[in-house]
Design a binder for this molecule. Structure first.
Ligand code: ABN
Length: 175
């Protein structure tokens, strides 16, 4: 027992003589600050959060399976909402095109114009449901960058077109 007492006394004295309370508190403080900063600084993929934030709700009126829905003002394709996906996510087994057609549609709930990208979902045969062709501000085929009658899957890994999503990319500001 005496041996244990001496052992713990010596270890405690050693720790006390080689560390200080100030140093311990300083390290603890750095640790807490670094821990709090970690989620902000790390390159975390927040796409899911952004997409969830713009999912249909009170400020986003209408039926995303209907061609009349406000986000489809410039679409040309099959609506992914009718094909096993949603207004902003591709059906399982397909992947979204990165090159895409972009339009500007007014949300009737707030009167604001939003930039909408119409990404094609690729890799499965054509969904052939809810065909929707509205084409606001579209221009003829001889001006391809202003024409939406294009299979954007031709720029993706899988070239087969399945359907089209309508993703809010931001607010269209005049000026
Ligand atoms: N962007 C929709 C689409 C796909 C294939 C052909 C025409 C239009």
């Amino acid at each position: 027992m005496k041996f244990l007492d001496q052992f713990f006394e010596r270890s405690t004295r050693h720790v006390a003589s080689t560390t200080s309370r100030r140093r311990f508190l300083g390290r603890l403080g750095s640790f807490l600050v670094a821990g709090a900063a970690m989620p902000v600084l790390l390159p975390v993929d927040r796409t899911a959060k952004a997409l969830a934030a713009e999912s249909p709700q009170a400020g986003d009126p209408g039926d995303p399976t209907s061609c009349d829905y406000w986000r489809y003002c410039s679409v040309d394709g099959f609506l992914c909402s009718c094909c096993g996906g949603t207004v902003n996510s591709c059906p399982p087994g397909t992947q979204g095109s990165e090159v895409t057609w972009v339009g500007t549609c007014r949300n009737p709930a707030d009167g604001i114009d939003y930039i909408i990208s119409y990404n094609d979902c690729c890799g499965k045969h054509s969904c052939a449901q809810c065909a929707c062709t509205r084409n606001d501000s579209e221009e003829p085929m001889y001006r391809p960058f202003n024409n939406n009658d294009i299979n954007w899957c031709l720029g993706a890994d899988a070239n087969v077109y399945n359907c089209t999503v309508a993703v809010i990319r931001g607010v269209a500001k005049a000026g």
